[in-house]
Design a protein around this ligand. Structure first.
Ligand code: GUN
Ligand code: ZN
Length: 467
């Protein structure tokens, strides 16, 4: 059949806002289990919010904001085909979430699956935290049963927080990457991951070597890269835990196949930066260690970047590598304040990430709320638009996935989440007082979390539903 969707109806503020009424809704009926099927034609009604482009940094009435209140989002065979204000009729499986917010699923561009075991661990900065809590937890993943159970629990937790796509660190063990790939495929999720490379400065049971690591990477790439919605990331933990030989091997993998992603950490903590300077005295900077071996490219995702300088930012812009900004983690581990505005001004793509277990929540709203505070401490302001764009369309564009996810343009996969505008009496009271759209969405971003989530769809299949 031919679908005629309404044109984009509105930009922010130009649109009348419905009251934040409780949803008079039917919940999705399909199963939440991994095997739940996609309805051939599914229609979800609510207040649709997405972005057509990057909003201006400090602008609250930006035309890139596409707010379509009380619209039906139309999904055929797992893909979005349009949106319209009118009921599409009998031929559609319809779920009326009037009075609720419907967003593209969030993209978490940097998160560690095994670190759910150590989230909220007391009293340390990065290097002590790794030794005291993180490495012992990751060592347990050498057991394939632990890795499989952990991968399933982790992905289900992402879905229960409204995150439908992620760039993930498993552990050094090949089986931990296998488990994540398989668990993501079973849920139809977009997932980018790869076994951690780490051949020094790590305890027994957590080190590989260059030859075996290369073999493992090639085997994982052959079996998982570009299978369904999966992609491989050459995963250098961080410069201190790889020998120069291993970094060179990682760079060679990237050069041999431009479709591979790369993920690592950079310039997170001052002691770490000093350590890297001692380990790599020939490098101009921490970032330069990666640049020298060819690890910086448009599919490179570098977490943190707090202690980069103006030359580093120019290198990121030149190479197209992006920063995954992790405000919750940076606050929790006392790492520092990321200068988002400077990166933006330099033309560097910035996405947002939970960095659990350094970060204290998988909730993207909590991450963005921390992100707002980190900017406020530097005299900057983060609009709801810049924050939510970075967690949806912006992340998709930076990962070269904007044809697949991150917004509601026809043709994209229906990775969609449905949210209550308010949860609890304080948020309900605040929402009743808002005067315009940015105020409302900013209050939602600041006050909401996973308790507001009603349902998560991945490629049109319900993978989480509340209750
Ligand atoms: N640097 C190297 N490994 C890690 C990690 O697991 N978490 C964080 N936050 N930083 C790192
Ligand atoms: Zn991390």
């Amino acid at each position: 059949m031919t679908m005629t969707a309404s044109p984009v109806t509105s930009a922010a503020c130009a649109t009348p806002m419905p009251a934040a009424a409780p949803a008079a809704s039917t919940a999705p009926t399909a199963s939440t289990a991994a095997g739940g099927g996609a309805a051939d034609r599914l229609a979800l009604k609510g207040d649709l919010l997405d972005f057509t482009a990057a909003p201006d940094w400090a602008r609250v009435d930006d035309p890139a904001v596409r707010f379509r209140p009380d619209h039906w989002l139309l999904i055929e065979q797992g893909r979005i085909v349009g949106a319209q204000p009118t009921d599409p009729g009998e031929g559609w499986q319809r779920h009326d979430h009037s009075g609720r917010l419907i967003l593209p699923g969030f993209v978490d561009t940097h998160v560690h699956s095994p670190q759910l075991d150590v989230i909220a661990s007391y009293g340390t900065e990065l290097l002590d935290w790794l030794n005291t809590y993180t490495f012992p937890a990751e060592r347990r993943y050498q057991d394939p049963a632990v890795a499989q159970e952990g991968a399933a629990r982790f992905l289900d937790a992402l879905l229960a927080h409204g995150t439908t796509a992620a760039v993930v660190y498993p552990t050094v063990h090949k089986g931990s990457a296998d488990a994540l790939f398989d668990a993501a495929a079973a849920r139809g999720m977009r997932l980018i991951t790869g076994k951690i490379l780490m051949d020094r400065h790590a305890p027994d049971g957590l080190r590989d070597d260059v030859v075996q690591a290369e073999r493992d990477c090639l085997d994982l790439i052959a079996r998982h890269h570009q299978r369904e919605r999966l992609a491989y990331a050459v995963t250098v933990r961080f410069a201190p835990t790889s020998t120069p030989e291993q970094l060179a091997m990682a760079g060679a993998l990237c050069r041999a196949d431009a479709s591979l992603y790369m993920q690592t950490h950079v310039a997170e903590n001052r002691s770490e930066v000093e350590w890297v300077a001692r380990l790599f005295p020939q490098a101009r900077s921490y970032l330069d260690v990666y640049d020298q071996v060819g690890l910086l490219h448009p599919r490179a995702v570098l977490a943190h970047g707090i202690w980069l300088d103006v030359t580093d930012r120019a290198v990121l812009a030149r190479t197209g590598a992006q920063i995954a900004h992790c405000p919750s983690s940076n606050l929790f581990l006392g790492s520092g304040l990321f200068d988002w505005a400077a990166h933006r001004a330099a033309g560097v793509a910035v996405s947002v990430a939970s960095d659990v277990g350094g970060g204290t929540s998988l909730s993207t709203q909590r991450t963005l709320s921390d992100g707002y505070k980190v900017q406020a401490l530097q005299g900057q302001r983060l609009t709801a638009w810049s924050g939510l764009h970075a967690a949806t369309r912006g992340a998709a564009e930076a990962l070269d996935l904007a044809g697949e996810l991150g917004h509601f343009d026809p043709g994209t996969m229906a990775d969609v989440c449905i949210w209550d505008w308010a949860s609890g009496s304080v948020a309900q009271h605040r929402m009743a007082l808002v005067r315009e759209l940015h105020e409302r969405v900013f209050a939602w971003m600041t006050l909401s979390d996973e308790r507001n989530l009603v349902a998560s769809y991945v490629a049109g299949v319900p993978r989480f539903q509340r209750g």
